[in-house]
Design a protein around this ligand. Structure first.
Ligand code: UT7
Length: 337
C-alpha cells in the first residue's frame, strides 16, 4: 500500500497583535466576555505588507525546508483558502510564483474545513500514484473582510498560514481515514456576500449588499458541536481505531467550548487536545496546520502517534481525519510518480 506521510511543516502569522483590550476600545465588549465565551485572548492581523500570498509562501518555504525538498521537486500544490488575494489567477499559482517550481497548482474552497479537505486531496494524489511530493497550504486573511464595528464577528477571527509537505511511503503514515461532509443549505449562516460573479454593480441594485463576513453565531455553534464530535468519532472508527488509541486531537480553533465538546465526545483528557486559540483566534483554513506546527515544536508528537484533525465552518462543511504521525519509509517507496 502507498501512503502520504507528512514530512515537513511550517507556519506564518502577521506581526501585528490585536488583543481583547484593543477590541474593548473598538466595540462594546470585554476581555472577560471574549475569554469566557470563546477562549480567545489575542489574534494576529494582516498589515499593509502582508497578504494571503506572503503568509502562504512563508509557511510553504518552512515546510519545504523541513522536508528537505525544493519547490522544483513538488508534483502538486493544493491551497485551501476562502480569502485569495484575487480570483484570477489561483492562489496556488500566486504562491508558486514566490516559492518556485512548476507543480500543478490548485485552490480548494472549503472555508475553515479547507485544510483537512486539502490534505485529503493531496493524499489521494499520492496514494493513487499520481504524485510523489505534494505541498498542502491552509491560509486565510479573514480580517480583511471583518466589519470592525460588529462585535459578533470582529472578536473571533485572526490571520495566518500553515503548510505541510506530503511524501509517498509504503508505511502506514499520514491520513489513515477521512470524513468529508457538507450541508449546503446552511450556507446562509456563515458567508461573505459579493466578491464573486454575482457581485452587484452597486449597493443601489442590491440594497442588502455588505462586503463583510456575516455569521449566525448560535446556529454555527449548534452545528459545530455536532459536526466536530460526529465526524471525529467517525474518522477514528474508519481508521479501525478506538478512542483510547488517539494520542492527540488537533481541532480547528474556533471556540474553546466547541473544542471541549469534541474532546468529550472522544473521551479525551485535555492534555491530549491541542489548543492555541488564545493566541491566534480563528484563523480559518490555517488553524489546524498552525496548531500542528506548535504541537510538534513543543515535543508533544512522536513517531507513530495517532492524531485526529477535525474542522467545521462555512458551507456549512465539516472534515475529519486520523493522521499517523512520522516519516517511516519515506524515500523507500519504489512506486511511480
Ligand atoms: O469557523 C467557524 C466560525 N464561526 C464560529 O465558530 C462561530 C460559532 N459560534 C460561537 O462561537 C458563538 O456563538 C459566539 C462566540 C459567536 C457567541 O457566543 P454565544 O454564547 O453564542 O453568545 P450569543 O450570540 O448567544 O450572545 C449572548 C449575548 C447577547 O446579548 P443578549 O442578547 O443576551 O443581551 C449578545 O448580544 O452576548 C452578546 N454579545 C456580546 N457581548 C459582549 C455578542 N457578542 C458580544 C461581544 N461582547 N463581543
Amino acid at each position: 500500500m502507498r501512503y502520504a506521510a507528512i514530512t515537513g511543516w511550517g507556519m506564518a502569522v502577521p506581526e501585528r497583535v490585536l488583543t481583547n483590550a484593543d477590541l474593548e476600545k473598538m466595540v462594546e465588549t470585554s476581555d472577560e466576555w471574549i475569554v469566557s465565551r470563546t477562549g480567545i485572548r489575542e489574534r494576529r492581523v494582516v498589515g499593509p505588507n502582508d497578504s494571503t500570498t506572503s503568509l502562504g509562501a512563508a509557511a510553504a518555504r518552512q515546510a519545504l525546508e523541513r522536508a528537505g525538498i525544493t519547490a522544483e521537486e513538488l508534483d502538486l500544490i493544493v491551497v485551501a483558502t476562502c480569502t485569495p488575494d484575487q480570483f484570477l489567477v489561483s492562489q496556488a499559482c500566486l504562491i508558486q510564483a514566490e516559492i518556485g517550481g512548476n507543480a500543478g497548482a490548485l485552490d480548494l474552497g472549503a472555508a475553515c474545513s479547507g485544510f483537512v479537505y486539502a490534505l485529503s486531496q493531496g493524499s489521494v494524489h499520492i496514494r493513487a500514484g499520481e504524485a510523489k511530493n505534494v505541498l498542502v497550504i491552509g491560509v486565510d486573511t479573514l480580517t480583511r473582510f471583518i466589519d470592525w464595528s460588529d462585535r459578533s464577528t470582529s472578536i473571533l477571527f485572526g490571520d495566518g498560514a500553515g503548510a505541510v509537505v506530503l511524501q509517498a511511503t509504503d508505511e502506514p503514515r499520514g491520513l489513515l481515514s477521512t470524513v468529508l461532509g457538507a450541508d449546503g443549505q446552511g450556507h446562509k449562516h456563515l458567508y461573505i456576500p459579493g466578491w464573486g460573479a454575482l457581485v452587484p454593480e452597486s449597493a443601489e441594485l442590491f440594497p442588502e449588499f455588505r462586503p463583510y463576513l456575516q455569521m449566525n453565531g448560535r446556529e454555527v455553534f449548534r452545528f459545530a458541536v455536532k459536526a466536530m464530535g460526529d465526524s471525529a468519532a467517525e474518522a477514528v472508527r474508519k481508521a479501525g481505531l478506538d478512542f483510547s488509541d488517539i494520542d492527540m486531537l488537533i481541532p480547528h480553533q474556533a471556540n474553546v467550548r466547541i473544542i471541549d465538546a469534541a474532546a468529550d465526545r472522544l473521551d479525551l483528557p485535555r492534555e491530549k487536545v491541542w489548543v492555541n486559540i488564545d493566541r491566534y483566534g480563528n484563523t480559518s483554513a490555517a488553524s489546524i496546520p498552525i496548531a500542528l506546527f506548535e504541537a510538534e515544536a513543543s515535543g508533544a508528537l512522536k513517531e507513530g502517534d495517532n492524531l485526529v484533525f477535525v474542522a467545521f465552518g462555512g458551507g456549512l462543511a465539516w472534515a475529519a481525519g486520523v493522521v499517523r504521525w512520522g516519516t517511516a519509509g519515506v524515500g523507500a517507496t519504489d512506486a511511480p510518480a
